[in-house]
Ligand binder design. Structure first.
Ligand SMILES: [Mg+2]
Length: 382
C-alpha cells in the first residue's frame, strides 16, 4: 500500500482536518491543529507530507521517527501538532487495513468505557452554579471550569474571593461528590497560585490544572507541598522529552497530553505509559474535534492510568459547529451516566461526513484566542 495524496480542510469552529489517501482506496483522517495557528500547522503538514507521498502508510513508527528526528530542529506546538494529525491519519488507515480498531492494534482494551467531563462557564466564568447543575442533569459526574479571569503576579484578595464564590456556587449546586476540575489556564503566577490552591482546598476539587505555565513547572513543588489537591498539567507539552522532567520531579499527579499536539497516538501512548511508571494518572486534553477525541479514546482504552477524558461537546469555543456535526454516526460519542464507550469500529472508530467537511471548509475560520490586558495596560495571560 502507498500514500497517494492528502487534503487539508480548515473547518469551523477552529479546527483543521487532514485526509490521507492510499492506492488501495483506504483513507485516514487526522486533526493536525494548534488552536489559533491552523494555517501555520497546515504549512508544516505540507512540508512533512512531501516525504510521505509514495511511502507505505503502515510503517508508522518509522514515519514518526523520520518526521521527528530527520528534522534538525524539532519539537514545539507547530511541528508536533503537524506530526500528531499525520500520525492519527496513519493509524486510521492501519486500523481500516486490518479491519480492527486502533486500540486492538495497540494491545487491546484495558477498559470498555471512560469517564468524560464537560466544560462550564466559558473564558470568564459566571453563572457556573446553574451550568454545573445542567451538566449533572445530563448525567455528567465531573465538570471543569476556568478558575479565574486574568490575575496579576500579585493580585488582590478580592479576586481570590470572587473565585471562591464561584467554586462555592458550583459545589453547592452539584453536591459533595461531583468532580470539579479547576483550570488555572496558566493565567496565575507563582505568588497567587499558592494562595489560590490553598483557599480552594476545602472545596475538594478533582484537580487544579496548569496552576502555573508549563515553562514555570518548578513552581509546582511549592504548590504540591502546600495542598493535597491533585495537580494536573501537560496540554502545552509536546513530547516524551517534555514530560520527562515533570515526571521525575514528582510534583504532578495527572498528565494531560493532547493527542493533536504531543505527537499523536504513537507518542501519547508512550507518554502515558511513562507516567504509569510514576503512578501518575492521565486525562488527555481534548477541546478539539471528533478525530482528536476518537484518537484519545483509542489510547485511553489501552492505558491503565487514563481515568477521565476531556471532550468538547457544547464547549464555549464551539460556536456554530460542534463535536458531532462532522461525523456520520453520532451515537459513537453518546455519553451514558457520564461515561463514553470505547469506539470499536475499524481505525479510529468514527466515520467522517466528508460532504459536510467540504462544505464547511468553504466557510473556513480564522480563530484566534483573545488578547487580554491588565488594568495597567500590560499584557495578561489568557
Ligand atoms: Mg487547560
Amino acid at each position: 500500500m502507498k500514500v497517494t495524496g492528502y487534503e487539508l480542510f480548515q473547518v469551523p469552529p477552529r479546527w483543521l482536518f487532514l485526509k490521507i489517501d492510499t492506492d488501495e482506496g483506504i483513507v485516514g483522517w487526522g486533526e493536525p491543529v494548534v488552536e489559533g495557528r491552523a494555517a501555520t500547522v497546515k504549512t508544516a503538514v505540507d512540508e512533512l507530507m512531501e516525504y510521505l507521498i509514495g511511502k507505505d502508510p503502515l510503517h508508522i513508527e518509522d514515519h514518526w521517527n523520520v518526521m521527528y528526528r530527520a528534522g534538525f530542529y524539532r519539537g514545539g506546538p507547530i511541528l508536533m501538532s503537524a506530526i500528531s494529525g499525520i500520525d492519527q491519519a496513519l493509524w486510521d488507515i492501519k486500523g481500516k487495513y486490518y479491519n480492527a480498531p486502533v486500540h486492538q492494534l495497540l494491545g487491546g482494551k484495558a477498559r470498555e468505557s471512560i469517564k468524560v467531563y464537560s466544560w462550564i462557564g466559558g473564558d470568564r466564568p459566571a453563572d457556573v452554579g446553574e451550568a454545573a447543575k445542567d451538566m449533572v442533569a445530563k448525567g455528567f459526574t465531573a465538570v471543569k471550569m476556568n478558575g479565574t479571569e486574568e490575575l496579576q503576579y500579585v493580585d488582590s484578595y478580592e479576586k481570590i474571593d470572587q473565585v471562591l464564590a464561584r467554586i462555592a456556587a458550583v459545589r453547592e449546586a452539584v453536591g459533595p461528590h461531583v468532580g470539579i476540575g479547576i483550570d488555572f489556564h496558566g493565567r496565575v503566577h507563582k505568588p497567587m497560585a499558592k494562595i489560590l490552591a490553598k483557599e480552594l482546598e476545602p472545596f475538594r476539587p478533582m484537580f487544579i490544572e496548569e496552576p502555573v505555565l508549563p515553562e514555570n513547572n518548578e513552581a509546582l513543588r511549592d504548590i504540591a507541598n502546600h495542598v493535597a489537591i491533585p495537580i494536573a498539567t501537560g496540554e502545552r507539552m509536546y513530547s516524551k522529552w517534555d514530560f520527562k522532567k515533570l515526571l521525575t520531579d514528582g510534583y504532578v499527579d495527572i498528565i494531560q497530553p493532547d493527542l493533536s499536539h504531543a505527537g499523536g497516538i504513537t507518542e501519547c501512548k508512550k507518554i502515558i505509559s511513562m507516567a504509569e511508571a510514576f503512578d501518575v494518572a492521565a486525562a488527555p486534553h481534548c477541546p478539539l474535534g471528533p478525530i482528536a477525541l476518537a484518537s484519545c479514546l483509542q489510547v485511553d482504552a489501552t492505558c491503565h492510568n487514563a481515568f477521565i477524558q476531556e471532550q468538547s461537546l457544547g464547549i464555549h469555543y464551539n460556536q456554530g459547529s460542534d463535536l458531532l456535526d462532522y461525523i456520520v454516526d453520532k451515537q459513537v460519542f453518546e455519553y451514558e451516566d457520564g461515561y463514553v464507550k470505547i469506539p470499536n469500529g475499524p481505525g479510529l472508530g468514527i466515520e467522517i461526513n466528508e460532504e459536510h467537511v467540504r462544505t464547511m471548509a468553504e466557510v473556513g475560520h480564522n480563530w484566534r484566542n483573545p488578547v487580554w490586558r491588565h488594568k495597567d495596560g500590560s499584557i495578561a495571560e489568557w
